[in-house]
Design a binder for this molecule. Structure first.
Ligand code: NAG
Ligand code: NAG
Length: 302
């Protein structure tokens, strides 16, 4: 290894420390096994499917590194972020480096359809990030915009990774669709729950939820639902909670509203759709694990 490479590798290894939940590769591996069994094979992963699970986590990690720069975050999972330790320029390059390694691994699989499906994810991540920078005046449009952003920033990766492992084992487009729809619905539910936890968790350490999204100027599900009951929120959403006291007042409105319950209910509906889709596969322990996983997505508290 050259010195330059090991410097980069050090930066990038910083996040691959095994402390994450690794929920994405877990879904991809379970999906691959369930699909292999459905296709009358053994559940054993094909080499390309194993590579896809790894690439999924690499793309995810690169997006976290870039997100932390965009949000100016100084901590993630209790550790200082790369931008905090080495500065923004190196953090952006580190994210790019991880993406380039993922692209090489993707090319090595040697299937142009799989390359296309996973490249879509990277486009979606960028478009989703752009969508998050803008706000919509109209309330109906705003909710649609939020769900579309959620799909692009979170669910596209899981949906297309599930589709990619299905392409390698089965030529039936209906099966690709089942894999994609499961990943899409679980992915959206996962993010909706994340948005709820931003209001409800953290109460254990400082006694006060973090409301990190509000501080970043972001109106997520709970705020958008609360806005239907408290139109006062509209102006705050439009100025991205930038006036003095906006974050605290918006937080109060959300807590007084049923925005948290409604967002949780919506997450549940996405999980039900995920279960409906995956249930079309032949029964296997892996398929059933994917069904139970939707329950874990809904009940997790951190
Ligand atoms: C698997 O085997 C069953 C029973 O032999 C058959 O009906 C089904 O079409 C096969 N599925 C695939 C994907 O080959
Ligand atoms: C991708 O892999 C699948 C499964 O082996 C195969 O049927 C398909 O033809 C491949 N596509 C390309 C473009 O290589």
């Amino acid at each position: 290894l050259s010195k330059k490479k090991s410097h980069f590798t050090f930066l990038c290894d910083y996040y691959f420390d095994g402390k994450g939940k690794a929920i994405r590769p877990m879904i991809v591996v379970l999906m691959a096994r369930a699909l292999n069994i459905h296709s009358n094979r053994s559940g054993d992963l094909l080499p390309g499917q194993r590579a896809i699970a790894m690439i999924t986590e690499m793309i995810h990690t690169a997006s976290l590194v870039h997100d932390d720069v965009i949000d100016g975050s100084d901590r993630r999972r209790g550790k200082r972020t790369i931008n905090e330790v080495w500065g923004e320029k190196k953090a952006i390059l580190a994210g790019d480096f991880i993406l380039s390694a993922a692209s090489m691994a993707l090319a090595r699989i040697g299937n142009i359809t799989v390359v296309k499906v996973l490249s879509q994810v990277i486009e979606d991540l960028v478009r989703g990030e752009f969508m998050q920078l803008g706000s919509k005046e109209n309330e109906n449009e705003r909710f649609k915009h939020y769900l579309e952003k959620t799909f692009k920033k979170t669910a596209s990766l899981i949906a297309n990774s599930c589709k990619a492992v299905s392409i390698l084992v089965n030529s039936d487009p209906d099966i690709h669709e089942i894999a994609y729809e499961y990943g899409k619905n679980v992915g959206i539910a996962f993010q909706l729950v994340d948005d709820v936890l931003d209001f409800t968790s953290g109460a254990n350490n400082l006694g006060k939820p973090s409301a990190a999204d509000l501080k970043l100027g972001l109106a997520t599900g709970p705020v958008l639902f609360a806005c239907q009951q408290f139109p006062e929120l509209h102006a705050m959403i439009m100025r991205r909670f930038s006036s003095n006291g906006d974050v605290d007042r918006a937080w109060q409105y959300v807590i007084q509203s049923d925005g948290v319950e409604q967002t949780s209910f919506l997450a549940k509906r996405y999980c039900q759709e995920a279960i409906r889709q995956i249930s079309m596969l032949r029964p296997s322990p892996e398929r059933d694990a994917l069904i139970r996983l939707t329950e874990m997505v809904l009940t997790r508290d951190k």
